[in-house]
Ligand binder design. Structure first.
Ligand code: HEM
Length: 475
C-alpha cells in the first residue's frame, strides 16, 4: 500500500518484461526509466518497480532525492549475490556496505589516506605530476610531425588511476603497462554489462546456477578474480617488505600495520583491505575516466568551447608553465568544463543504490524494509527546465557574472553520509588533465572519420562511445 506508482507486477518477473521492452526501444536504461516515470509517476517524485526479487524505487525529483539522502532509515546498501559475490559472499569494502563496518572503515580510509596527501596539497602535487607525464607522453607521440591520432574514450584511465594508486599502494603505472591494459579493458566491459541496480543474475539469483554464462555470472566472477589477484599480489609484496620499525609509505602499509597489532579488531581483515582497494580502484577510476571521455568527446564536437578554454589558459597561465590547481580561481570557464563533464556522465546514470533498513516513508509514499532506493540523476541533471538544452555541452551554464555558480540541484557526488569521498580528487584530476592537454594541444576530429558519435556505452558507469581524435601541437 502506498508504494510508489509504477508498472504492474507479474508473479516472479515483477515488471521485468515491460522494463526490458521499453529499454530495447529507447536503447538506454536511463531513457527507459524516464519513459516509465513519465507514464506512471503522477507527482514526478518517484517510480516503483520490481525486477525479479528486487523491489526498486527510483527517486526522480530534487526534493525527494534530498529527503532520501538525508533519511537515515535509507542509509543501508543492498544485500544479495551481486553485492556480495564481488567480496567472496560477504559484505566487505566501503562502496556497498553499511552499519558499523562501513562507518569504521570509511573513517579509517579517509583519515589515513590524508597522511599521503588525499584531499590536501600532496594530492594536487600528485595530480600535477601525472598531468606532466600526460603532456610528455603526448608530445613524444605527436613527435616531429606535431600531430597523431589517439583512441580517446579510455585515454586518461592510467593517469587517473596513478593519482589514487600512489596514495593507496605507492605505485604508478605506464599507460602501456600490459597488465593495466588488460585490467582496464576487463573493467570497461564489466561496467558496460551491468547496471547500477544490478543485472540478470542479481534480479534472478537462480540464473547463477542454471545459466551462469548467459546471465553474466561467470564473467562477473572471472573479472573479479583477476582484480582480486592483482590486488592480492600487491598486498603480498607490501607484506613481504613490512617491518614494524619501517615508515609507512602508503595506505596498504598503514593497514598491514593495524593487522599486525595485537588485539581484537572485528571489522579489519586482509579481505577487507582487498575489498577497499577494489572499491577505490573501481569507484575512483571508472567515474573520473568516463567523465573525461564525455568531456573530450564533446570538446572535439564543440571547437568553440575548446577555443574559449584555450584562450583562458593562454591568458591566465601562459605557455611557459603547466596549469596548477591555484590557477582554477582565475579560470571559471575551465572549471565549468569540469562540472559540465561530470553532469554529462552522471546525467546518464544512477547513484549507488541505497537500501531501506526498516519500513519508512519518502515524499508521502511507503518504502518497505529492504527496498532498493536509487537516485535517478538523469531526471535532475538532464532536466530541460533546470539545464536548458541538456544534451549540449555548455560550460557557461555554471557561470554567472564571470564566476562559478553551482545551483542547489547540482549534486552529482551525492549528499550526506554516503557522499562520495573522492569528489575533490576527481575534480582536481579533470581540471589539471584537461587544462594541461588543451594548453599544449588542440583536439580535433580525425579527417575523414566525422565527429564522435552522440551515442554512448550504457552500463553502471556510462562512457562516451569509443572515438578517435587528432591531437595537434599548438606550439
Ligand atoms: C566524476 C567522478 C565521480 C563521481 C561523479 C562520483 C559519484 C559518486 C556518487 C553519486 C556516490 C554515491 C553517493 C550515495 O550513495 O549517496 C559515490 C560514492 C562513492 N565514491 Fe564517488 N564519484 C566520483 C569519483 C570518485 C573517486 C575519485 C573516488 C575515490 C577516490 C570515489 C569513491 C567513492 C566511494 C568509496 C563511494 C562510497 C561512499 C560511501 O558509501 O560511503 N568516487 N560517488
Amino acid at each position: 500500500q502506498k508504494f510508489p506508482p509504477g508498472p504492474k507486477w507479474l508473479p516472479i518477473l515483477g515488471c521485468a518484461y515491460e522494463i526490458q521492452k521499453v529499454r530495447e526501444k529507447s536503447g538506454y536504461l536511463y531513457k527507459c526509466i524516464r519513459e516509465i516515470s513519465n507514464k506512471y509517476s503522477y507527482d514526478g517524485h518517484m517510480v516503483g518497480i520490481k525486477i525479479g526479487k528486487d523491489r526498486i524505487v527510483l527517486v526522480n525529483s530534487y526534493e525527494a532525492n534530498k529527503e532520501m539522502l538525508y533519511n537515515e532509515d535509507i542509509d543501508g546498501r543492498p544485500k544479495g549475490i551481486f553485492y556480495q559475490a564481488r567480496t567472496w559472499g560477504e559484505s566487505k569494502g566501503v562502496l556497498v556496505t553499511d552499519g558499523e563496518l562501513w562507518k569504521e572503515q570509511r573513517r579509517f580510509l579517509i583519515k589515513h589516506l590524508k597522511e599521503f596527501g588525499f584531499g590536501r596539497k600532496g594530492m594536487t602535487e600528485i595530480s600535477f605530476s601525472e598531468a606532466r607525464h600526460l603532456v610528455k607522453d603526448l608530445s613524444k607521440a605527436t613527435g616531429d610531425t606535431g600531430s597523431a591520432e589517439f583512441v580517446m574514450h579510455n585515454f586518461f584511465n592510467t593517469y587517473i588511476l596513478n593519482t589514487l594508486w600512489s596514495m593507496m599502494a605507492g605505485i604508478r603505472y605506464e599507460p602501456d603497462d600490459p597488465q593495466m591494459i588488460v585490467l582496464q579493458k576487463l573493467l570497461f566491459d564489466l561496467f558496460a554489462a551491468i547496471d547500477m541496480v544490478g543485472c540478470a543474475f542479481s534480479h534472478f539469483p537462480i540464473l547463477s546456477y542454471v545459466a551462469p554464462r548467459a546471465s553474466g555470472y561467470t564473467y562477473f566472477i572471472a573479472t573479479h578474480e583477476k582484480v582480486w589477484k592483482f590486488l592480492r599480489d600487491e598486498i603480498a609484496r607490501h607484506k613481504e617488505r613490512f617491518h614494524p620499525s619501517n615508515k609507512d609509505n602508503d595506505f596498504m602499509d598503514v593497514y598491514i600495520r593495524v593487522l599486525n597489532e595485537p588485539g581484537e579488531k572485528p571489522t579489519y581483515s586482509e579481505g577487507q583491505l582487498v575489498a577497499m582497494c577494489m572499491d577505490m580502484f573501481m569507484a575512483g577510476t571508472e567515474t573520473t575516466a568516463k567523465s573525461m571521455s564525455f568531456c573530450f568527446s564533446y570538446l572535439v564536437r564543440n571547437q568553440e568551447a575548446q577555443q574559449k578554454a584555450q584562450e583562458e589558459i593562454d591568458r591566465v597561465v601562459g605557455r611557459d608553465r603547466l596549469p596548477t590547481l591555484e590557477d582554477k580561481a582565475n579560470m571559471p570557464y575551465n572549471e565549468a568544463i569540469v562540472h559540465e563533464s561530470v553532469r554529462h556522465f552522471m546525467g546518464r546514470t544512477f547513484g549507488v543504490p541505497h537500501r531501506a533498513m526498516k519500513d519508512t516513508s519518502l515524499a508521502g509514499y511507503n518504502i518497505p524494509k529492504d527496498t532498493m532506493v536509487v537516485s535517478n540523476y538523469t531526471n535532475i541533471l538532464m532536466d530541460e527546465n533546470l539545464y536548458p538544452d541538456p544534451y549540449s555541452f555548455k560550460p557557461e551554464r555554471f557561470i554567472s557574472n564571470g564566476k562559478i555558480c553551482l545551483p542547489e540541484h547540482y549534486f552529482p557526488f551525492g549528499l550526506s553520509k554516503h557522499r562520495c569521498l573522492g569528489d575533490v580528487l576527481a575534480k582536481c584530476n579533470i581540471f589539471l588533465f584537461t587544462t594541461s592537454v588543451l594548453q599544449k594541444f588542440s583536439v580535433l576530429p580525425v579527417p575523414g572519420e566525422g565527429l564522435p558519435s552522440l551515442n554512448h556505452v550504457d552500463g553502471a558507469t556510462p562512457s562516451a562511445a569509443p572515438f578517435k581524435a587528432l591531437i595537434v601541437n599548438r606550439y
